[in-house]
Design a protein around this ligand. Structure first.
Ligand SMILES: NC(=O)C1=CN([C@@H]2O[C@H](COP(=O)(O)OP(=O)(O)OC[C@H]3O[C@@H](n4cnc5c(N)ncnc54)[C@H](O)[C@@H]3O)[C@@H](O)[C@H]2O)[C@H](O)CC1
Ligand code: K
Length: 475
């Protein structure tokens, strides 16, 4: 089962892997033709009704595979208004090769004839709202006709994610959908077949450029990427500052750093963009927890817990107490990680262990994390939280789904890149579902390093400037 947004991401990832959409359209069209052949005998009358988007494009491809039928293709609208290059190229091919095609300029002129089968390729995943003209009239004609109706990808007018049909949606007898079934097809009174269109498994497994495009959290609004609160520092000062700064570079609106008073000066001195909130204690301890919980909960802060905190008993007690009282979103990193397996929390956690921290938490003790992705998935299921395990290839799992981010450079083994990752993850949690945020963050971090291309001598702070560019969708 795949949603429209995920499908678009996988599509773009496939293109980045060298399988462009036009090739997928060729496979889709071929699959449509196979479905036609399974439903009617050679010589039967077929009416193809194509819209001006890629859903129509699929059927325009299919027309070339249906020579043994009496096929008539109607394009709803003028060819110049076809909305994508690949669909238009497939129209032009039919036109040049003298297939039986017709541009329908006016909804009153729609005549399906008396076909045995209608291919409904008006609208697929690009639909929004009720059917407009001329699609509405064409849908009515299809629904009133005696012909078998085969819909391409999704019955036109039906929302592929929800199954909701706008007024006048096509009532399909059969649906041929691509790659994976869609949630909205489940509730239909139609026979649904899922066809493989040659999308490489890697397009789903590996985080790619398509993943950047999709913002998946319904709470997300433009310019509302949330407040990040880094609870860290004390023994160390650089780590919390790097995490907070990277969260800003990755789109957070405000970054707070909660630290012991005695390290206020250095941390406040690193960057004027950070809001430094000191507490009166030499290090984090249980006395600070009520205040921190109160602030984080009141502002719906996305918390980063761990960078530079150290391993003092009272600090780890405070971490455990914070997590058991917290029900928001948090990234847990570094020294705070050891507490997670013991703690009972309602929070949504993304845990970001390196190889050693993963083993100490009870996960697999291995060098090549990606080769042991199944064990990391089992560990995440057991832990009940999202695990973003950091290595050359990062493994991200929520216990059910597991993906790999394989971007980055050897120079990233330098100290501080993990702090950056924690901050980027927190910012991503403001606009995406937690698992998607955990997948995109290491991809952004790795792309930033690739863009700098600095080899050895890279410092984590160098990467800060490269993060915004690495998040751009159109790179
Ligand atoms: N990997 C894949 O999934 C592939 C899918 N393919 C097919 O492409 C379509 C999606 O194509 P897209 O161009 O994004 O959108 P549509 O063709 O569904 O529609 C766009 C078209 O429709 C107009 N429109 C929108 N809402 C309405 C409305 N209510 N009434 C009338 N018209 C409307 C809009 O303005 C556009 O012009 C997918 O379903 C698959 O079939 C690829 O072929 C291969 C890869
Ligand atoms: K359709």
């Amino acid at each position: 089962m795949i949603t429209t947004d995920r499908m678009a991401a996988v599509d773009a990832n496939a293109a980045a892997l060298g399988v462009p959409q036009k090739q997928l359209m060729e496979s889709s069209g071929n699959a449509v033709a196979r479905a036609v052949r399974d439903l009617v005998d050679p010589g039967s009358r077929i009416a193809i009704v194509a819209g001006r988007g890629n859903n129509g494009g699929d059927a325009l491809v299919a027309a070339r595979f249906l020579d043994e039928f009496d096929t008539h293709t109607l394009l709803l609208g003028r060819a110049e208004t076809i909305s994508t290059d690949i669909a238009r190229e497939n129209w032009d091919a039919l036109d040049e090769a003298k297939y039986d095609v017709e541009e329908v300029q006016d909804s009153r002129a729609i005549g399906l004839g008396d076909p045995d089968l209608v291919v409904d390729a008006m609208l697929g995943t690009g639909i929004s709202g009720d059917l407009r003209e001329p699609e509405a009239t064409a849908a009515r004609e299809m629904n009133e006709s005696d012909a078998t109706v085969l819909s391409v990808d999704v019955p036109s007018g039906v929302d592929a994610d929800t199954g909701e049909g706008g007024a006048g949606a096509v009532e399909a007898d059969h649906v041929v959908t691509f790659h994976d079934s869609k949630p909205g097809l489940d509730s239909l009174d139609a026979d649904v077949r899922v066809e493989d269109i040659g999308i490489p498994a890697a397009a789903e497994r590996f985080v790619g450029p398509g993943d950047l495009a999709v913002e998946t959290d319904p709470r997300a609004r433009k310019g509302d990427s949330g407040r990040v609160m880094v609870i860290g520092g004390g023994p160390y000062t650089g780590a919390p500052a790097l995490a907070a700064q990277s969260s800003l570079r990755a789109g957070a609106d405000l970054a707070f750093v909660s630290i012991p008073e005695r390290v206020f000066d250095p941390i406040a001195g690193y960057a004027e963009d950070l809001i430094v909130q000191p507490y009166d204690a030499p290090r984090l301890g249980p006395d600070q927890v009520d205040d921190l919980l109160d602030t984080a909960t009141r502002h719906d802060d996305i918390v980063v817990l761990g960078p530079g905190l150290g391993t003092a008993d009272e600090t780890l007690d405070a971490v455990a107490e914070f997590l058991s009282g917290f029900d928001g979103r948090a990234v847990v990193d570094a020294d705070a990680l050891s507490v997670v397996p013991e703690v009972d929390t309602d929070a949504t956690l993304v845990c970001t262990p390196n190889r050693h921290e993963l083993a100490e938490m009870g996960g697999p003790d291995v060098d090549d994390l990606a080769a042991h992705a199944d064990e990391i998935e089992a560990f995440a299921a057991d832990l009940g939280h999202i695990v973003l395990a950091k290595a050359k290839d990062d493994v991200i799992s929520n216990g059910k789904r597991t993906r790999i981010s394989r971007v980055g450079t050897p120079g990233m083994t330098v100290g501080g890149t993990g702090d950056l990752l924690a901050g980027i993850t927190a910012a991503q949690l403001g606009t995406r579902e937690a698992f998607d945020a955990a997948c995109v963050a290491p991809y952004v971090n790795g792309r930033a390093a690739e863009a700098l291309d600095r080899g050895s001598g890279l410092m984590a702070s160098d990467l800060l400037d490269a993060i915004p560019e690495a998040m751009r969708v159109d790179r």
